[in-house]
Design a binder for this molecule. Structure first.
Ligand code: HEM
Length: 444
């Protein structure tokens, strides 16, 4: 990277720097650096967000790094400024029109896409479907699907004691099944029948129009069932219809949004679930799984180090402030869960190490789950963002991952089934295994 700093480049940077300080005198207290847009090219060679992390690690900063390309960008790195953007005045910032237009093609006017008052209204009316008591009700269904997932993996190794399996294909399908049941009360059976006509992952690529038609029908069916009082389900769609706040089109858009968002990872377990795989009547699975320190440590640590959304970008829609500094309308704001989640300033020198034990605290000789991973601020964990534009499905996603990890470790031991250097994250908008994820599974 240092070789990029040739004399003409440094001169240019210095010139831009002077102009910037003139144009934004209030920005002068920022510890800032000038970064050329050519870094974008470099970024493609490393996981999205990695370059921003390297910039932050090299640049002393108080939470905001000014990056000047053809427009002014602020990279937000620390809790105070993150809280300003995400929680204190979130509606001063919006997604880029181009991003929204792109998402709109598949998600219509779903929650991810809308802004301002429309977002406030929709969020308020969608939130009840995702509250804790609601998710608790979904645990047994998620568990059933997690066990079906392990059965499918056993089939993949032809019932043998061990075998090599590409995992990402299957977790996409099982999360689709879980979201299908949770959102519509409908089982797509994607995991059992890879060629099912309702295999949404494939259909998304084929034609959005036909998906909308199918969802339209599902919504109409559900409305009819509710009208005839035949529906007593806890699924999200039932709750949204019953709220009376959404039109037919809005309901279809929300459903598309949830399905697109779904797919994004024992001994104590055996003690906690002695009758595995069955759950004796009355088992409070949510409270069993949420209190296992190591299971939760693995879950939190995986989400921390491999955030599904590595970078998210906003634009200031009015003159505003961040961290006490004036930020003019039009300024671009870059927030990177990849950067923040791995930043030594927030996590210490072992920031990039996978250490599930950081999420457990020993109290009176007993290991208890903690929800900070030892970081001083909640904002050090940005996988689901924070505030009114945070992931509304985060409790749901954690619950489903707890079930999937638990059922998986009850059935299998594993080793990496590919070269370690090939098991790397990639993707442009979302993080996923660049070359698939091959594991050598061994029945336990
Ligand atoms: C590990 C799984 C998941 C991760 C890491 C994740 C992460 C995120 C992130 C980072 C955002 C904010 C995106 C941005 O503003 O740039 C988001 C938004 C959202 N997520 Fe998730 N998500 C996950 C699973 C889910 C699930 C399972 C659902 C629904 C069932 C869901 C529903 C949504 C919705 C509706 C939004 C938009 C919220 C709003 O703008 O008000 N997500 N998610």
């Amino acid at each position: 990277m240092d070789s990029k700093f040739t004399l003409p480049r440094v001169t240019l940077i210095a010139l831009i720097e002077i102009l910037l300080v003139k144009k934004y005198p209030e920005a002068s207290p920022f510890h800032y650096t000038m970064i050329s847009r050519t870094w974008r090219r470099l970024r493609n060679k490393s996981p999205p967000g990695q370059l921003l992390l390297e910039v932050a690690e090299r640049t002393p900063n108080d939470g905001i790094i000014l990056v000047q390309g053809h427009s002014t960008n602020l990279v937000i790195t620390k809790p105070g400024p993150l809280a300003d953007v995400l929680v204190h005045h979130p509606y001063d910032f919006a997604k880029f029109d181009s991003v929204r237009e792109f998402l709109q093609q598949s998600l219509g006017h779903g929650l991810v896409v809308v802004e301002g008052d429309q977002h406030k209204f929709m969020r308020k009316n969608t939130q009840p479907a995702f509250k804790f008591s609601q998710i608790k009700e979904l645990y047994p269904m998620m568990w059933k699907k997690a066990v079906a997932f392990t059965d499918t993996l056993k089939g993949e190794i032809d019932g043998a004691e061990s075998g090599r399996v590409e995992m990402s294909r299957w977790y996409g399908k099982v999360t689709l099944d879980i979201v299908g049941l949770a959102a519509f009360g409908r089982d797509f059976h994607a995991i059992k029948n890879p060629n099912d006509a309702l295999d949404m992952a494939r259909m998304f690529q084929e034609t959005i129009a036909s998906i909308r038609a199918i969802y339209g029908q599902i919504v109409r069916d559900k409305r009819e069932a509710i009208a005839k009082k035949e529906d007593d389900h806890f699924d999200t769609l039932s709750l949204l219809i019953k709220s009376g706040n959404f039109s037919q089109t809005e309901l279809v858009d929300q459903m598309l949004t949830f399905l697109a968002a779904g797919p994004p990872s024992a001994p104590n377990l055996r003690r906690a679930l002695p009758d595995y795989p069955s759950l004796p009547a009355g088992t409070d699975l949510a409270s069993v799984l949420e209190h296992l320190p190591y299971l939760n440590g693995i879950l939190h640590e995986s989400l921390r180090l491999y955030p599904t959304v590595p970078i998210t970008v906003r634009v200031a829609v009015r003159d505003t402030t961040i961290g006490g500094h004036a930020v003019p309308k039009g300024t671009e704001i870059i927030m990177s869960p990849w950067l923040v989640n791995r930043y030594t300033a927030l996590w210490g020198p072992d920031a990039t190490e996978f250490r599930p034990e950081r999420w457990a605290t020993t109290i009176k000789g007993e290991e208890k789950v903690n929800n900070t991973g030892g970081a001083a601020s909640n904002y050090a964990q940005m996988t689901f963002l924070h505030g009114p534009r945070s992931c509304i499905g985060q409790g749901f996603a954690r619950a489903e991952l707890r079930c999937l990890i638990a059922a998986f470790v009850m059935e299998f031991g594993w080793e990496l089934g590919m070269k370690p250097e090939e098991a790397v994250p990639g993707g442009v908008i979302t993080n996923k295994p660049r070359n698939g994820l091959f594991l050598n599974l061994k029945r336990v």
